[in-house]
Design a binder for this molecule. Structure first.
Ligand SMILES: [Zn+2]
Length: 233
């Protein structure tokens, strides 16, 4: 479940990322009534097994079973909730076509929701790793090693969201950032999902990586995500 919107007196339109059919919108009838059989199951962050029937314009939910209620763990912690909201909004934005299969995005999101609801994981590290990997699946893979322009082998010193990552001395653009080498290594680890390296990183480099990931995401989504401004960095 990515998002829900009110519809009429008692219904909701729900937006889902599905295993087989990508992003789907459907109508859930009567779910805002207290007597609804499955109203509480159709909340953001919840992994549900749904039965849909074809409707006139949108599909209609006929059955809903909760598989994993990530909402209960994520929703009870402000930092996890805000970071998780950015993940849902990013997934919705990056899966651009409705009903176009997006299995990799689905699996990434489920993995990230599981990590986000586990107490031992840092919410901002889970978020940054998800954002870089989700952007990569969508075709915006950053380069944190070789030069994003000419391919010269790294490590390099300049970072430019517009150029797609790190730039060598010859390709460096005005306005590029110059992150610490440890931050560049951390970004590579976040992208690769290398937890040992990520967890060994220090707060200063995490904070710098947070800022660069946010800049990279904002550039590729053309405008900043609404929810990103609520994440404490
Ligand atoms: Zn270059």
């Amino acid at each position: 479940m990515l998002r829900t919107q009110k519809l009429g007196e008692a219904d909701r339109i729900i937006t889902l990322l599905t295993r087989g059919n990508g992003r789907v919108r459907a109508v859930a009838k009567g779910v805002r009534r207290t007597t609804s059989r499955f109203g509480s199951r159709l909340e953001p962050f919840t992994h549900v097994d749904l039965q849909l029937a074809e409707g006139r314009s949108l599909d209609v939910v006929t059955q809903a079973e909760t598989l994993t209620p990530y909402a209960s763990k994520i929703g009870s912690d402000y930092e996890r909730y805000t970071a998780g909201t950015v993940m849902l909004e990013t997934a919705e934005r990056l899966v651009t076509e409705e009903k176009e299969p997006a299995l990799q995005q689905f699996l990434l999101l489920i993995g990230a929701l599981r990590a986000m609801s586990s107490a031992g994981r840092s919410p901002s590290q889970v978020l940054d790793s998800f954002l870089l990997r989700s952007l990569s699946v969508a075709g915006y893979a950053p380069s944190f090693d070789d030069c994003a322009r000419c391919g010269a082998p790294g490590p390099h010193r300049a970072f430019s969201p517009a150029a797609g990552g790190m730039l060598c001395g010859g390709c460096r653009m005005p306005g590029s950032a110059s992150p610490a080498p440890e931050t560049v290594a951390l970004l590579g680890a976040l992208l690769a999902g290398d937890r040992a390296l990520v967890e060994a990183s220090g707060p200063r480099h995490r904070k710098e990586a947070n800022g660069l990931v946010a800049a990279y995401l904002a550039w590729h989504l053309e405008r900043g995500l609404k929810s990103l401004s609520h994440v404490e960095r």
